[in-house]
Design a protein around this ligand. Structure first.
Ligand code: ZN
Length: 257
């Protein structure tokens, strides 16, 4: 156990990270949600947020993954980065890199650069060198169409970080069109604004059906257990990357809706 911890986003040295607020666990339990927080991948609920900048463990995971990516860039060329549904601390960190051309979009957040529906992004084909889409796809009507839009706006051979809550106790994604109330969504999906629960194979399948190649990157492939402890990253964390590959390009599925 480290004597002190550190946040890679605000760079503060802190005695400990703050646990996930009881509110979410209590609400889900109160409504009879069937799964515990430990059954979900990539959530360090005991060391969840930074007491200084309020970054979550997944925000810190993305910053630690992206740091060497940004260091390898040719700074003479603009690197266009799209952040879908931006989080405050991570967007501040991303914008602090002078060679990153940062753009954010969201349907509702006034602080986002562009108001946009992820099913129909307002950007030309092959605009971005990198897309971050974290904890969005569990909220949207059609996650395959949303991911296909991400694929469309990515340049060839570019990468998206695609993340959502993944329940390790189920084999298939779970949706239920009869569940339409906030109470029902707490009970069935574990949060009042979620419309599905992803399983691990089901989430990978959504990315594949969009036409992106999937890379699963366990945190152990790029951080040691000691570094994870210092930065408050769970050892079971897994990053999902969608790669737009020319060689194995497939046509994305088109929904008829
Ligand atoms: Zn911080």
């Amino acid at each position: 156990m480290a004597l002190f911890h550190s946040c890679p986003i605000c760079r503060s040295r802190i005695p400990h990270f703050v646990p996930l607020p009881r509110y979410y666990i209590d609400k889900a339990t109160e409504h009879g949600f069937a799964y515990g927080v430990d059954e979900f991948e990539t959530i360090n609920h005991q060391a969840y947020s930074c007491p200084n900048c309020h970054s979550s463990d997944r925000d810190r995971l993305y910053a630690l993954f992206l740091t060497p990516v940004f260091q390898r860039l040719n700074q003479a060329q603009p690197f266009r980065f799209l952040d879908i549904a931006p989080g405050r601390s991570l967007s501040f960190w991303l914008k602090s890199h002078p060679h990153i051309f940062y753009r954010s979009c969201d349907m509702y957040m006034p602080e986002a650069d562009d108001k946009a529906d992820i099913h129909n992004l307002p950007y030309a084909d092959e605009t971005f060198d990198f897309v971050l889409c974290s904890h969005v796809l569990e909220h949207v009507d059609d996650p395959v169409r949303a991911t296909s839009e991400i694929r469309r706006v990515l340049k060839q051979n570019s990468i998206a970080i695609l993340m959502a809550p993944i329940c390790l106790s189920i084999q298939d994604n779970y949706e239920n069109p009869d569940v339409t109330t906030p109470e029902g969504r707490w009970q069935h999906f574990g949060q009042d604004d979620h419309v599905r629960i992803f399983s691990k194979p089901g989430f990978v399948d959504v990315i594949r059906r969009s036409g992106l190649a999937v890379q699963e990157v366990p945190v152990s492939e790029f951080l040691t257990p000691e570094v994870c402890d210092t930065y408050g990253i769970g050892l079971r964390s897994v990053l999902y990357l969608g790669v737009k590959q020319q060689a194995v390009q497939q046509e994305p599925e088109r929904s008829v809706a």
